[in-house]
Design a protein around this ligand. Structure first.
Ligand code: DX5
Ligand code: ZN
Length: 235
């Protein structure tokens, strides 16, 4: 995908929960593309986060499309807890599914844009036989489970390799990057081929900085990254 539009998906678990509504309105006004809902089961990853009752409350009060990130073991068990609105994405982990292909097909039937997510240690060839079923491949640039972690640096190379594969085979999925998306990492992530960036605690929801300001900063970094990408692959 040689498209030059980069999407921002805001990780709502990183918002200011004491002023959630204010954050929602600022994200909508600032032109964020999706709300990223991190769902954790305390088993696949070592913490808990965002049940569907909380998610549905937020969804009922925002115009932003949903981007679900299920960090749960065997997500097939609970997929029916999630309803797709037009344009919603839902991504599941390669490492968590016993029947990944079946689960991805089911997600599309349910009306979601299906996505597969890879932990830092998982090689790209793990998804060779499901790649045509997905709209999104997410590269975890940190290990899943906590906000505010450090980048696993070799993930930049992994994004680039995934982009090379996509170009070589003329595939149409988008590359999402999740974890430590910030001012130091964004240009390299976009240069490598990232199309969707998860804005979390390190780059979007910053203490003492209004969301509008963080978003403007991210857009400048994205523009710098796109110039680097153009130089790398010729546009
Ligand atoms: C990590 C989550 C991310 C997280 C990233 O497990 O999947 O969505 O919010 O935000 P940072 O790394 O910027 O805190
Ligand atoms: Zn996430």
């Amino acid at each position: 995908m040689a498209d030059n539009k980069i999407f921002i998906t805001a990780s709502i678990m990183c918002a200011n929960w004491m002023h959630l509504e204010a954050d929602l309105r600022a994200l909508e006004a600032g032109g964020v593309d999706y709300l990223h809902y991190d769902v954790m089961d305390g088993f696949f990853c070592p913490d808990y986060c965002l049940g569907t009752q909380i998610i549905n409350e937020i969804r009922a009060n925002t115009s932003l499309a949903a981007d679900y990130h299920l960090m749960i073991e065997e997500p097939a068990r609970i997929l029916d807890n999630f309803q797709a609105n037009d344009g919603d994405r839902l991504s599941i982990h390669y490492e968590a599914c016993r029947n990944l292909h079946r689960d991805l097909v089911r997600l599309r039937q349910k009306g979601f844009k299906p996505g597969v997510i890879l932990n830092p240690a998982t090689p790209l060839n793990a998804i060779e036989y499901v790649i045509e079923e997905v709209d999104t491949v997410t590269i975890m640039t940190v290990n899943p489970g906590f906000k505010g972690q450090k980048l696993v640096p070799q993930m930049i190379k992994k994004i680039e390799k995934l982009d090379e594969w996509r170009r070589k085979d003329q595939l149409n999925f988008q590359i999402c990057v999740d974890g430590n998306v910030n001012q130091d990492s964004i240009p390299a992530m976009v240069e490598a081929g990232g199309d969707i960036l998860v804005g979390g605690s390190s780059g979007l929801f910053l203490k003492n900085r209004p969301l509008a300001e963080s978003l403007a900063g991210i857009k400048n970094l994205v523009a710098a990254g796109l110039k680097l990408r153009e130089a790398r692959v010729g546009g």
